[in-house]
Design a protein around this ligand. Structure first.
Ligand SMILES: [Mn+2]
Length: 219
């Protein structure tokens, strides 16, 4: 029996779609589930997403949304949070915070020479040494080589266009209508909370399974 490595893109509180996807995947005990961060905010129930992740022994990576919530939690000051983040913040129980605290920045599967991360990497230097602000937030790289959000720099190209592996990188964070495949990466954020799809990518067979969002939860 081959063990499957299954990565899932940004869930953003979409617990129903996450649950449907888990059913379709028919997880076996040997399978390894990797969630690419941003489990929370935007969708209807972030706490249920955290619970499902725990039930299925997922490896959950830190997204910019978790990082933002944790920052407020550590200061015990949610005043800087957006309205939507605040809804999650208020529902979080101590054990949910503990779960967020345990999220890793990256995960590597050495046999596949594949790395998993929420946002992505700058193409220069080792991927292992890049700071939280880069790996959880990068979407594009501008002409000066600075990591940017797409919104801030519409003309900048996706970081994945510059990335020449190895390793192969599987990431989320940049919502698109379809997965974004390059020779050395694949982006799996298919904008579920915005009425798109939730995507799972299964290794080693490189198979994609998707479920449609029931509705648009976030503008
Ligand atoms: Mn994100």
């Amino acid at each position: 029996m081959t063990r499957r490595i299954i990565a899932i893109g940004d869930i953003h509180g979409c617990h129903q779609e996450f649950s449907e996807l888990l059913t379709l995947l028919q997880l076996k005990p040997a399978d390894r589930l990797i969630l690419l961060g941003d489990l929370v905010n935007r969708g209807p129930d972030s706490i249920k997403v955290i619970e499902l992740a725990q039930e299925h022994n997922a490896i959950a990576l830190l997204g910019n949304h978790e990082a933002r919530l944790l920052k407020a939690y550590r200061r015990q000051d949610p005043s800087g949070l957006r309205a939507n983040d605040l809804l999650t913040y208020r529902k979080m129980r101590p054990k949910d915070w503990q779960y967020l605290e345990g999220m890793k920045l990256t995960h590597k599967e050495p046999e596949l020479d594949t790395v998993f991360v929420h946002g992505g990497f700058l193409p220069k230097g080792s991927w292992k040494k890049q700071p939280l602000e880069v790996v959880t937030r990068i979407q594009s790289i501008d002409k000066d080589g600075i990591p940017r959000k797409r919104r801030e720099a519409p003309d900048a190209l996706p970081w994945a266009d510059f990335w020449k592996g190895p390793p192969f990188v599987i990431y989320g964070h940049t919502p698109r209508s379809e997965v974004y495949k390059r020779d050395w990466s694949i982006g799996l954020d298919t904008a579920c909370a915005m009425g798109g799809k939730l995507t799972a990518y299964i290794l080693p067979e490189k198979h994609i399974i998707q479920v449609y969002a029931h509705q648009r939860y976030f503008p």
